[in-house]
Design a protein around this ligand. Sequence first.
Ligand code: AKG
Ligand code: FE2
Length: 200
Amino acid sequence: MLSLFPVSSSENLLPFDGEVYYYPNFFNPSESQAYLTQLTTEIPWKHDELVIFGKVIQTRRKVAWYADHNKSYTYSGRMKVGLSWTPTLLSIKTAIEQKLKTSFNGCLLNYYHDGDDGASWHADDEKSIQVNSHIASISLGATRKFEFKHKQTQEKISLLLEPGSLLVMKGTTQTHWIHQLPKSKKIKVPRLNLTFRQMI
Ligand SMILES: O=C(O)CCC(=O)C(=O)O
Ligand SMILES: [Fe+2]
């Protein structure tokens, strides 16, 4: 049985083939609440569109894509042009850049209304993302379970993503591991996630 517990130190959570670090309380509860309120209202949330077997499917969760002006993002055959950074997003981006001593030029935002919204198994390995770059993930709102699965061994690592936390995926993580945000009937409140990315 896998144990689920809030990890407090910044050791690598993956046993091999990648690096994942979890920092709870990267933002304190009042900062997290303020960012949740601001982003919920100021972001033009839209249902995502994916092409599956040639059909355009709308996701239940809502998304938004922000990026430096010359960056676009292609996945599932759809090209997305980034919106311009807002002051709220820039203050979050700067806080992460100072902590990690690196810079980001894109951010995918996900809005999960409740536990019926999730993200199924995938790796963030699109061609437009720099190979072995950092992905910095901020969670706000509901605490949700997050899982990694090794592509060959199927080994699973689970953790809880709490509001105000920062999760960093780097090194060869996206080459060897997939990740998901499982659905959960128990979750009745929204969660907002921001993944800052390093695009080509
Ligand atoms: O919501 C999350 O924590 C992760 C979302 C995700 O994996 C993605 O947008 O690529
Ligand atoms: Fe992802």
